[in-house]
Design a protein around this ligand. Sequence first.
Ligand SMILES: [Zn+2]
Length: 226
Amino acid sequence: MDKIETAFAGMGDSGAHADIAETHIACLSCDTLIDISGLAHGERAKCPVCGDLLTEYRDDGVSRVVAFSVAAVILLAMACAYPFLSFKSAGLESVTTLPGTVIALYDYGMADLAFLVGSFIIAVPLLVLLLLLLLCTPLVTQRRAPWMIPVGRIVFALQHWCMVDVFLIGVIVSLVKIAAMATVVLGISFFAYAGFAICFTMAMASLDRLQFWLLVERLMRDQARG
Ligand SMILES: [Zn+2]
């Protein structure tokens, strides 16, 4: 549990601790306590000592996360449903799909690699997006849900295990080599996955850790007050 979550984990439904946590944050790098109250839309708070970015406030933070997450889920579904790449060489053509690459690794006896690839490029990013949408639902509807804090912790823990951008860069580098040996045709899935990578990255970039915990805490406290 990091400092931001620790700050909120011990909070009750009201009190001075909540007020201090909403206006001050300790820098994760140098522990300096910084006043972040009064941030306007689009403004960022940086540590005056080490220069680390502490938080960015956006009025439409939750809406952006929801919009990019929904787009990412749709694009990932398209990426899994359509052909990813096709190779043509010496009259032979081979078409592969995104789930097909995982199955091919398994068929070649690399079950552990198939598990890792399938997890980090499809399963974990999809799980993060679905949990993120689940977390945003009470924030949008302003109805408190008891699972908000555990789901939030899972989302922030899993976001580091999504390697969408690494996979896409790996594919592009591989294509440069393969293109010298065979004719490569990019399928709909490739462009859908590229779009998914962009939307996923934007959804994660819009997810400001501190602002999300503040919204969760405010909702929990307001609903408790009735
Ligand atoms: Zn600092």
